[in-house]
Ligand binder design. Structure first.
Ligand code: PEP
Ligand code: MG
Length: 594
């Protein structure tokens, strides 16, 4: 990253500690692998004249995205010791300056419009052209300026391709990946048998990267200011994913302490395993159904091990990640059928594609135009309805998979009744076509449910409940949209609060609407997997929770210690409060006692 030019290396082998957001539990100890944000291989092709405007818009969006990254890094740099902050600040300012009408930017735009060159290739061609000019001058100051230009160019290319610069498959076993940012698609490439843990400068606690880390059970600390300054590959690092602490070059005593802690965690894990065959029911016999969330097919073993009642949320984005084309019906069907068959009769809730916002699938590159505000833009079901083949292909694959075991269809980001009506119409038409093709599908058709993850959907829950067969409350987005706080932005992570009174009211409202209509209501956001919130969920009348498999036994343990009437009294007390701090205190006091 910026700052490598005049790096201040801390005293070799001296132990130092950094703090960030602990997002995925566990202790990892291993050698650091600094993932350089270096050059990315790009392909060169000619764009058709009719796509010129959208190519220029794509480039302009990449410039904006790069600018946002640099501004974020700058604001993070301010929390560092003064001298480092000042040095990094100058450097980042110079990089920001280069994004504003510089020779680099103008040159790239000219190459796109004049030579019909794709944006990535235009950036690389322009850098190499500028480089030729600099090579002719033998001046170390100017050589360093060229390094800056190259770095900004690489950032632009990465923003355009959104691709990981390093293949994780070549990492030495047990590595700790240290990098500026990891996208959810990058995280999907992490192999837990190679990557013991990871840490980044950017990223919030409920970002999809954090969720992915939890489901792969890789300890992770995100949002660490100054992470990359003076960091060298090969040094030893401890990642404490619970406390959000990194220790670089740990002393023998520190190493011993963390090894002990890791043993304790393993022991606690073994103890929990004893709960596997016991029912998830409260002290007074109320059953709570525990389901698993799944991001990647390779998690299926963990799901079976956790004894989940089924899959409560299958995020189908994995089918679209790390590829340049869209998966066809047969490919999607093959993948889903394997999962449905592996679940041996336990229900699988398959959510239709939810990309847009921070979840960008490269395979959709051509369909996702730059948005002023991606979280409020063409995301999830809005995108699927805009490109009907996307939805009908996916529904056909799900319906066909439904012939191999029970499936439920879940629709993300619903904000009004017309969307669910359209989805049902499309589902019926797809089913009709499949029947005419004599393809086996379930009869009756699978239950169709919706995510309640916008305040609008929660407030319209009564009307929506009449149009679908189940609700799944997505507290991650519901919190983000209710409080207007980006779930993936570490700078506002301290304000992100899923038990804010406004969010709790919306959950209560949704649960009551679902109850009145007689449809099941589950919670599948991250709070479902956090035992701290289990009493609240049970007290609110939720009987179905879906979470990362790694959390399931911890939540079961909490359920088994609960008394429903006491949990309802807690909810009653909480609902009278308007102060989030007071709510937190009530919840913690209750948990400490019961
Ligand atoms: C949610 O928003 O709570 C949810 C479960 O969906 P995702 O995290 O995939 O956006
Ligand atoms: Mg969501």
């Amino acid at each position: 990253m910026a700052g490598t030019r005049k790096k201040k290396t801390p005293a070799a082998n001296k132990e130092r500690t950094l703090e960030g957001l602990g997002v995925s539990s566990g202790i990892a100890i291993g050698p650091i692998h600094v993932r350089e944000s270096g050059a990315v291989e790009v392909s060169e092709y000619c764009i058709q004249p009719k796509h010129l405007d959208s190519e220029l818009a794509r480039f302009s969006e990449a410039v904006k995205r790069t600018r946002r990254q640099l501004l974020k890094l700058k604001s993070k740099a301010q929390t560092l010791p003064e001298a480092t902050a000042e040095e990094l600040g100058y450097l980042l300012d110079a990089h920001l300056h280069m994004l504003e009408g510089s020779r680099l930017i103008r040159g790239v735009e000219d190459r796109i419009s004049g030579k019909f060159l794709n944006a990535e290739a235009a950036v690389q061609a322009e850098i190499s052209e500028i480089g030729k000019g600099f090579a002719a001058m033998e001046d170390s100051y100017l050589a360093a300026r060229m390094e800056d230009i190259r770095e900004v160019g690489n950032r632009l290319v990465r923003s355009l391709t959104k691709s990981p610069p390093t293949a994780f498959s070549t990492l030495p076993k047990g590595s700790i990946v240290v990098t500026e940012e990891i996208t959810p698609a990058d995280t999907a490439l992490l192999d837990p048998s190679r990557v013991a843990g990871f840490t980044t400068t950017l990223g919030g606690p409920e970002s999809h990267t954090a969720i992915m880390a939890r489901s792969l059970m890789i300890p992770a600390v995100l949002g660490v200011p100054g992470l990359l300054s003076g960091m060298t590959s090969g040094e030893m690092m401890i990642v404490d994913g619970d406390a959000g602490i990194l220790v670089i070059n740990p002393s023998p005593a520190t190493l011993e302490k963390y090894k002990r802690r890791r043993k304790e965690l393993e022991r606690a894990h073994k103890q929990l395993a004893r709960l596997k065959e016991l029912p998830a029911e409260t002290r007074n016999g109320t059953k709570i159904d525990l389901f698993a969330n799944i991001e990647l097919p390779r998690e299926i073993k963990n799901i079976k091990d956790s004894r989940a009642k089924g899959i409560g949320l299958l995020r189908s984005e994995f089918l679209f990640m790390n590829r340049d084309d869209l998966p066809g019906e047969q490919e999607q069907f093959d993948s889903l059928r394997k999962l449905v068959t592996a679940m041996k009769g336990r229900p699988v809730t398959i959510r239709t594609l939810d990309v847009g916002s921070e979840k960008l699938a490269t395979s959709l590159g051509g369909h996702l135009m730059p948005a002023t505000n991606p979280a409020l833009g063409l995301r999830a079901i809005r995108l699927s309805l805009k490109i009907p083949e996307l939805l009908s292909t996916q529904l056909a694959a799900i319906l066909r998979a439904g012939a191999h075991g029970p499936v439920r269809i879940l629709v993300p980001m619903i904000s009004g009744v017309s969307e669910i009506r359209q989805v049902r119409r499309i589902m019926r038409s797809v089913a009709g076509k499949l029947k005419r093709r004599k393809v086996k599908i379930p009869d009756p058709l699978p239950p169709l449910g919706i995510m309640i993850e916008t305040p609008g959907a929660a407030l319209a829950a009564e009307s929506l409940a009449r149009l679908c067969e189940f609700f799944a409350i997505g507290t991650n987005d519901l919190t983000m949209y209710t409080l207007a706080i980006d779930r993936g932005d570490e700078q506002v992570a301290h304000l992100y609060n899923p038990i804010h009174p406004a969010v709790l009211r919306l959950i209560k409202f949704t649960t009551a609407a679902g109850g009145n209509a007689g449809i099941p209501v589950s919670v599948c956001g991250e709070i479902a997997g956090d035992p701290r919130y289990t009493a609240l969920m049970v007290g609110l009348g939720i009987h179905e929770l879906s979470m990362a498999p790694a959390s399931l036994l911890k939540v079961k343990q909490r359920i088994r210690s609960l008394d429903v009437a006491a949990a309802q009294r807690l909810v009653h007390a909480v609902m009278e409060q308007s102060d989030p701090g007071r709510i937190s205190a009530l919840v913690d006091d209750f948990n400490a006692l019961a």
